[in-house]
Each structure stands twice: as structure tokens, then as C-alpha cells.
Design a protein around this ligand. Structure first.
Ligand code: AMP
Length: 197
């Protein structure tokens, strides 16, 4: 099963991807995690992307192609995988189709987690307050200004993927406003339906 999780920053894609991984045994491919790991280990790629991540802009489609092509080719992706925040522009969507087709594979479903902007802002504030209370390190792009910019980038560049996948009949919307377990039940229903078809 090859899935894309789509949704604004803070919609809960990472959290839900982990739950899908536990339940279905397919890996979570988060380009955000991959890019942060590259940045933290000081690789040449990390150097190229660190300023972009801090600003909340998107790295180039070419970089995403490079890291995803490599990752998708690894053995644990044979049975499928979850693209978590890994497809963020129509260029990337076309690239994924091409990369998969070259391997004789295709995307199965795109799950959009829908959360309104007020709730997204509340979640950010809670995350910031929790990190502060615990003295834990904070993501550099987790501040009000960058967060607002990331939401705009989502609206301008990523949200157009919703009609794109709708037209392909692959889009399923899941209400992301509830508690983690409730959202997970919504996703399960979609996946059970898909697997039964
Ligand atoms: P995330 O953890 O998914 O919110 O990603 C953090 C940051 O990494 C984003 O704000 C972008 O700067 C970068 N990034 C992650 N995935 C992508 C992608 N597919 N395309 C472009 N930039 C990305």
C-alpha cells in the first residue's frame, strides 16, 4: 500500500503516520525528518537546506526527488510506505508518479487530514508551551511568524494537490480536528475500505 498523507503543518500527519506504521507495518517516509537529519549531521545537503527550513520555505523539487528516490529503493519499502509531508507541490506529485511508474508501482491513496487554521494555531501554541515547560528543544520553525508563513506556503503550493488527487479518484478526506485516537479511527475506516475493495 502506497499512501500520501496530506495536510497543513500541524494537522497531525506525523502522529498518524506513526500509527499507520505500527498497524500496517509499512514505513513512514517523512522528508521533513530526512532533511532535519541531514542538517543535524552537517552533510552537504544539510548545509544547502538549513536556511530554507528555518524560513519555512520549501526546498527544491530536485532535492526531494533525490532523497525520496533513494529512500523508496530501500528494502523496507517493498510492501509499501507512507509519504508523510513528502509531496508538497504539483511538480513533486508528478515526480512521484514517474518514480513509482519506473518501478512498476503506483500510488494507492491520498489521505487529507482536514484541520481549520484556528485549531492549527492552538496546537502550535500548546506545543511551544509544552516544550518551554519541559525545557525541551524547540523546532526552529515552530514560532508564530514562521508558522504563519508555512501555512501560506501550504495554501499556495500544496493545497492545489487536493483537486489534483480528487480528479484521479485517489483523495480521501479525514476529519483531523478530533483527538489522536478519533482521527486514527477515521483513517482506519478509509484503509479498511480500500483493502476490502
Ligand atoms: P515538516 O517536518 O514536514 O513540516 O517539514 C519541515 C520543513 O522541511 C518544511 O517547512 C520544508 O522547509 C522542508 N520540507 C519537508 N518536506 C518537503 C517537501 N516535500 N518539499 C519541500 N520542502 C520540504
Amino acid at each position: 500500500m502506497i499512501l500520501i498523507l496530506l495536510g497543513a503543518p500541524g494537522a497531525g500527519k506525523g502522529t498518524q503516520a506513526k500509527l499507520i506504521t505500527e498497524k500496517y507495518g509499512i514505513p513512514q517516509l517523512s522528508t521533513g525528518d530526512m532533511l532535519r537529519a541531514a542538517r543535524d549531521s552537517g552533510t552537504e545537503l544539510g548545509e544547502r537546506v538549513k536556511a530554507i527550513i528555518v524560513r519555512g520555505d520549501l526546498v527544491s523539487d530536485e532535492i526531494i526527488e533525490e532523497i525520496l528516490t533513494d529512500r523508496i529503493g530501500q528494502a523496507d519499502c517493498t510492501e509499501g510506505f507512507i509519504l508523510d509531508g513528502a509531496v508538497r507541490t504539483t511538480g513533486q506529485a508528478e515526480m512521484i508518479d514517474r518514480v513509482l511508474a519506473a518501478r512498476g508501482r503506483a500510488l494507492d491513496l491520498v489521505i487529507e487530514l482536514t484541520v481549520d487554521e484556528e485549531e492549527l494555531a492552538n496546537r502550535l501554541r500548546n506545543r511551544m508551551a509544552e516544550a518551554k515547560a519541559q525545557g525541551a528543544p524547540q523546532r526552529e520553525d515552530d514560532n508564530e511568524e514562521t508558522f504563519r508563513h508555512r501555512q501560506k506556503v501550504y495554501r499556495d503550493l500544496t493545497a492545489p494537490l487536493i483537486p489534483y488527487y480528487e480528479a484521479q479518484g485517489k483523495l480521501r478526506k479525514v476529519d483531523g480536528m478530533g483527538q489522536i485516537d478519533d482521527v486514527s479511527v477515521g483513517i482506519d475506516a478509509v484503509l479498511t475500505n480500500f483493502n476490502a475493495a
